[in-house]
Design a protein around this ligand. Structure first.
Ligand SMILES: Nc1nc2c(ncn2[C@@H]2O[C@H](COP(=O)(O)OP(=O)(O)OP(=O)(O)O)[C@@H](O)[C@H]2O)c(=O)[nH]1
Length: 307
């Protein structure tokens, strides 16, 4: 987070704001789903099983008025006390310590002791926005029932604002961004606007494979190869990544694959392990060699080399 590359924003408004937003809530309320919608893509792991988010993930939303840097936190562990849960709680406290706004997520019509315990752990000085998620639930459509629920939650804490959303369907998410923007300090963006995008995840996956090619094939050969992401998908917390290594001769393909396929296997296993660490999720990776003669004329490749 400390290394901030320089970049230009030609169309930023004069009173641009930029700040950190922590998303907190007990397990399974929909924090990851919400963050995915806030930044418009899937970068966080979501699943039906509670406690899927083990590490803090930053999602970045940028438009010409503001940059919101979201900190996704693991659910506060209020049921079981063990070393892992203590560590998770510590991460949450660390994550919310330096933010500008806290988004406290509850599930519509379910306000339990676990939710109250999360509220009790929030710092006093940071404004908290109450986000009631899963308003698509049938019972939540009854206005009187919903109003009684909102009142109940508001009695437990003084919230700066309230927003109703259905993270799963993306409802109310734009309104939430609108609520959060004026709560951030004025300042220039800390990250490039395309920092957290599908493209950058693809790019990172490509870079990892490229790095392994250099490691296992020596310095010369990888320059004669191009790496292309053919498919990049995420489903149920599993990343499926298909990467082709383009070579222009059969002999190069042979060197890349190695005796009995050993070399390519090693490259792809190591790349997969690095990706799992980086994306903090399981990765299915397929790397294969493809002969594409004349590819060096490919404009995209030349551009990548800065030519
Ligand atoms: N009906 C409905 N379900 C939702 C909504 N948002 C999230 N869910 C579901 O709730 C479950 C939990 O969502 P997550 O986003 O993983 O919840 P989380 O709070 O990040 O969970 P932890 O990682 O355990 O802290 C998933 O099955 C989601 O599909 C919503 O708006 N409506």
């Amino acid at each position: 987070m400390s290394e901030v590359p320089s970049h230009n924003y030609p169309s930023l408004s004069d009173n641009f704001s930029c700040g950190f937003v922590a998303i907190v809530g007990r397990p399974n309320v929909g924090k990851s789903t919400l963050m995915n919608h806030l930044i418009g893509q899937k970068i966080s792991i979501t699943s039906k099983k509670a406690q899927t988010t083990r590490h803090r993930v930053n999602g970045i939303y940028t438009d010409n008025e503001a940059q919101l840097i979201f900190v996704d936190t693991p659910g506060f562990q209020t049921y079981h006390r063990n070393a892992l849960n203590d560590r998770l709680n510590q991460n949450v406290t660390e994550a919310v310590a330096g933010v500008d706004v806290i988004v406290f997520v509850v599930e519509a019509l379910r306000f339990s002791d676990a939710d109250r315990k999360v509220l009790q752990q929030l710092p006093q000085r940071v404004p908290v926005v109450l986000v009631i998620n899963k308003v698509d639930k049938d019972k939540a459509k009854d206005q009187a029932i919903m109003q009684a629920f909102i009142d109940e939650v508001q009695q437990a804490f003084t919230f700066a604002k309230v927003a109703l959303v259905s993270a799963k369907h993306g409802l109310g998410v734009a309104q939430l961004i609108h609520i959060l923007k004026p709560m951030l300090p004025q300042g220039i963006p800390l990250y490039p606007e395309d920092m957290v995008t599908d493209k950058s995840a693809r790019f990172l996956a490509m870079e990892i494979v490229r790095e392994k090619l250099f490691r296992y094939l020596g310095e010369e050969l990888p320059y004669a190869m191009n790496v292309e992401v053919e498919q990049f998908a995420e489903e149920d917390g599993l990343y499926q990544i298909y990467i082709a290594v383009l070579v222009d001769k059969d002999s190069q393909k042979g060197i890349l694959i190695g005796k009995g396929g050993e070399k390519l296997k090693k490259i792809s296993t190591e790349a997969r392990l690095d990706m799992e660490k980086l994306f903090e999720t399981k990765v299915f990776l397929k790397v294969w060699a493809k002969v594409k003669s004349g590819w060096a004329d490919d404009i995209r490749f030349l551009r990548e080399l800065g030519m």
